[in-house]
Design a protein around this ligand. Structure first.
Ligand code: HEM
Length: 504
């Protein structure tokens, strides 16, 4: 039949039949899942399961599929197979038991644009260069952004936060700008030794840029799933390119300023720290000098600044929202801080063990708000297994942390806010259940976990020691801590307003 078709290929009907047959062959090939992969919904030709997400919350779609196909299932996004992991048990089987195999990162066009061709930590593949920069960033944070260094950085911003909150008087306000100001300034001092004024246009521009970047990564570019689209220069793509280059230009400017004034005997911040590592490599004639080039170091700093800002700000915004919804919890936190710390001194990091209820409340906020609902996409770097299933090399893997933190098999009434679930029976000790993984797990576990937990503890305890947050009277019957519909990469609360009163 095919021969006859070619013989009569000049006629219009034959061409149509030929094209139809080729389309059918191509489509069935494109929807066929490789043998033994985890099950999943039937995919459309070429676009796969992308239409399942149109107009719906992607977290809900991802989580609902797990109820039909199990804890680990396969989707097709464009021309890509994507395995979705939805429970603590399946995270153990994958990220924890096969850590290296699952430690790759997909090549996303959006990431390529942002990271100067994958010179960063977050999106670069599992490789010696990734390890080198992860180690360098961890050492920088350990030396210049933990313990008393971090306490000093947080203390430095308190007077401005205090003034900004105190001047709100009786007017209801959205705390996003003030909290964002505090967190961004701590990071800016930590990374670059700079501090912005509240009304500094550069600060507002930076905050907008980072929010927009988070949105881009949350929504992804179609070219991430359908690679051919990267060659179509749409206005949307150009906007994204401009956004990324503007953000990187800001980091490069600070990096250059540090290079021009660098004094190895006076390391003041993380930029000085990475420059010192570069200088040492040059002086010692190390083989890895090229891997510590300026471009790589700029990306390492951009990651610390970028990954640490919106995640921490959003956790604090969930904190205020949940505690105005639960004034009883707010009162207990304040009573514990008053009793253990008093009102004349601020908390320090050594106080964490003596404030179990407060610490349990922070953990419950992290579970309930789950700021990073899906980990940064992983990729299998070799063939892996999950039970009797096979996951081929180069498969994308999504870790659905939202599903893990709302799994009824591990959390009783997961949609309720209950700090007590993190307390021992005697209520005097914090207990961290195994299924609590807001920072993910395995080789790509959040690099800033310890920094984030310390920083959030210091800001949170100061906020609620110093202020009482309440709902505006016209909002008394409205829930404040509601997620914004499809907030993407970062799970943010809907914008809300509160009233604030100084406690003493
Ligand atoms: C509440 C705050 C935070 C949360 C909930 C959070 C959560 C996460 C999650 C879920 C991942 C993905 C892990 C994976 O791919 O499996 C991640 C990666 C990462 N985070 Fe965080 N993060 C927070 C704060 C921070 C801070 C303050 C920093 C600053 C250093 C940071 C730096 C990073 C980096 C560099 C990665 C990429 C690690 C890699 O690919 O090797 N994060 N984070």
């Amino acid at each position: 039949m095919i021969v006859q078709l070619f013989e009569g290929i000049g006629s219009g009907t034959s061409i149509m039949i030929f094209v139809t047959i080729m389309l059918i062959i191509l489509s069935s090939w494109s929807i066929q899942r490789p043998k033994n992969m985890p099950p999943g919904p039937i995919a459309w030709p070429f676009i796969g399961n992308i239409p399942s997400f149109f107009g719906k919350s992607s977290l809900k779609v991802l989580t609902d599929f797990s109820k039909v196909y199990g804890d680990v299932y396969t989707l097709k996004l464009g021309n890509r197979y994507v395995v979705v992991v939805n429970s603590i048990e399946s995270i153990r089987e994958t990220l924890v038991k096969q850590p290296v195999e699952f430690a790759g990162r997909p090549r996303l066009y959006s990431a390529e644009l942002m990271t100067d061709n994958y010179k960063d930590i977050v999106f670069s593949d599992y490789s010696p260069i990734w390890k080198l920069h992860r180690k360098l960033a961890s050492a920088a944070i350990r030396n210049y952004a933990s313990g008393s260094h971090l306490e000093k950085l947080v203390d430095g911003i308190k007077p401005k936060l205090d003034a900004a909150l105190s001047e709100k008087g009786n007017s209801a306000f959205d705390p996003k700008l003030i909290i964002g100001y505090g967190v961004y300034n701590i990071l800016a001092s930590m990374c670059f030794g700079i501090e912005y004024d509240f009304d500094d246009p550069d600060f507002k521009k930076l905050m907008n840029m980072l929010e927009n970047i988070t949105d881009v990564f949350g929504e992804g570019l179609m070219a991430d799933y359908i690679p051919g689209l990267r060659h179509i220069p749409t206005p949307g793509l150009r906007n994204v390119q401009n956004l990324f280059s503007e953000y990187l230009a800001m980091i490069r400017k600070e990096f250059k300023r540090h290079q021009d004034n660098f004094n190895p005997d006076e390391i003041k911040d993380l930029t000085d720290f990475v420059l010192a590592a570069q200088q040492e490599a040059v002086e010692e004639g190390n083989d890895n000098i090229a891997d510590l080039s300026d471009d790589y170091l700029v990306q390492t700093l951009s990651d610390i600044f970028g990954a640490g800002s919106d995640t921490t700000t959003t956790t604090l915004l969930w904190s205020i929202a949940t505690l105005v919804d639960h004034p009883d919890v707010q009162a207990k936190v304040q009573a514990e801080i008053d009793e253990v710390i008093g009102r004349t001194r601020s908390t320090n990091l050594n106080d964490r063990g003596s404030l179990p209820y407060t610490q349990a409340t922070i953990y419950e906020i992290m579970r309930y708000g789950i700021v990073a609902p899906v980990a940064v996409p992983h990729r299998t770097i070799s063939e892996c297994t999950f039970g009797s299933y096979r996951i081929p090399q180069d498969t994308w893997v999504l870790i659905n942390l939202y599903a893990v933190h709302n799994d009824e098999r591990h959390w009783e009434d997961p949609h309720e806010f209950r700090p007590e679930r993190f307390l021992s029976d005697e209520k005097c000790q914090v207990e961290r259940p195994d299924s609590f993984l807001p920072f993910s797990a395995g080789r790509r576990v959040c690099l800033g976990e310890s920094l984030a937990k310390s920083e959030i503890f210091l800001i949170f305890t100061w906020l609620f020691q110093t202020f009482m947050f309440v709902k505006p009277t016209d909002m008394e019957n409205v829930k404040t801590a509601e997620p914004q519909a499809d907030s993407g990469l970062i799970h943010i609360p809907k914008p809300y307003k509160v009233l604030v009163e100084k406690r003493f």
